[in-house]
Design a binder for this molecule. Structure first.
Ligand code: PLP
Length: 370
């Protein structure tokens, strides 16, 4: 039996009737952009997070861009200002920074948690540093108590990339409510996934919220009056309606992900496979279950021969991408090593015991003569 990496279709099929009813409601309403479904989802997601403002936008990348654009409109950021970013994140975190005329300053991760290392953050702060942009990578909350403290002491904006961390929390405080603002993505494969693209900006700051709400809609608060050079990036009514259904099941889904992770962590005892380190159970929402292996490609091949689809997040770091040719000379040995060693095992809320067992058995047989 094959074990796919993630089956978004199976995840959504569990709520198929609810999703279809919600889509029909929107179709029949005759109102498709900036309507009641979006307003309701924004309220409901804000209440789930314990956040003051949620602004639904087109995708997670735009959510990050809109936060940084919003701060530029507020006069808090200037072109050329520096943003500290984890060296081993998905490219979108970098793209938001460069798209806004800012400069990414990559900082190495703690190799056990994969998240940005606060001690290295402190060392990377310079006179042009204005923003800390941690990512809750793979679904595990970054060390927010330390990062909040650093941001406060150095007068920096703290922006969370929470695109992978729906459901992660610490001391009851949700990912996305620790910083000055946060970006969520609702790409279909995320823990809270739409049936298309979607994203949200989260903030407690009413000034930033009103800038972002205008910037996502042509820079306008009032039709045909344009205060800012805005963009078109709105979470549409169908996606908002899909997300309202799925938000009600998010905690149950995260509980299932934690169950899969617990099975893996209890049973994959192999000298060549390093399991992910978890400081606090509630702080990890297990978007991805990432192991490390020096012979990563061989392990991936070994699993594939047994029908198990594992993936690499991410094979090439941002500073080694052709698009960032100007960063090619930077050396980030920890991040570069992680990019060679990480492997994401199948993970999702619909994995059954048989699939989990199959993954465990295949890992345990790695390097053992048949
Ligand atoms: C998915 C993701 C994004 C971008 O979200 P999109 O909705 O795909 O634009 C940003 N940052 C991280 C860490 C992500 O995983």
């Amino acid at each position: 039996m094959a074990v796919p990496f993630l089956t978004v279709g199976d995840i959504n099929a569990r709520y198929g009737d609810e999703l279809k009813a919600a889509a029909s409601r929107v179709i029949d309403s005759g109102w498709y952009v900036l309507g009641e479904e979006l307003a309701a989802f924004e309220r409901e997601f804000a209440s789930y997070l314990g956040a003051r403002h949620v602004i639904g936008v087109g995708n997670g990348l735009d959510a990050l861009v809109l936060i940084l654009r919003g701060y530029r409109e507020l006069g808090l950021l200037m072109p050329g200002d520096q943003v500290i970013v984890p060296a081993n994140t998905f490219i979108a975190t970098y793209l938001a920074i460069t798209a806004t005329g800012l400069v990414p300053v990559p900082v190495e991760p703690d190799p056990t948690s994969f998240n940005i290392d606060p001690a290295r953050v402190e060392a990377a702060i310079g006179p042009r540093t204005r923003v800390l942009l941690p990512v809750h990578l793979y679904g595990q909350l970054a060390d927010m108590p330390s990062l909040v403290d650093i941001a406060r002491r150095h007068g920096l904006l703290l922006v969370e990339d929470a695109a992978q961390a729906h459901g992660a929390r610490l001391g009851g405080r949700m990912a996305g409510t620790w910083g000055d603002a946060a970006a969520y993505s609702f790409f279909p494969g995320k823990n809270l996934g739409a049936l298309g693209d979607g994203g949200a900006v989260v903030t407690a700051d009413p000034e930033l919220a009103s800038r972002v709400a205008a910037l996502r809609n042509y820079g306008s608060q009032e039709k045909y009056r344009h205060l800012y050079l805005g963009m078109n990036s709105r979470l549409d009514e169908i996606q908002a309606a899909m997300l309202r259904v799925k938000l009600r099941h998010l905690d149950a889904d995260v509980t299932e992900r934690r169950r899969v992770a617990r099975c893996y962590r209890q049973s994959i005892a192999h000298p060549d496979i390093a399991l992910p380190h978890v400081a606090m159970e509630e702080a990890h929402a297990w978007h991805l279950f990432v192991v490390r292996c020096e012979r990563r490609d061989a392990l991936q091949h070994h699993l594939l021969e047994r029908g198990i689809h594992a993936q690499v997040h991410y094979p090439v770091p941002a500073h080694r991408q052709p698009a960032y040719g100007d960063m090619a000379s930077i050396s980030l040995p920890i991040a570069e090593r992680l990019h060679r060693e990480v492997l994401s095992l199948p993970m999702g809320p619909t994995m059954d015991d048989r699939a989990i067992e199959q993954v465990i058995d295949a890992c345990l047989s790695f390097g053992v003569a048949a």
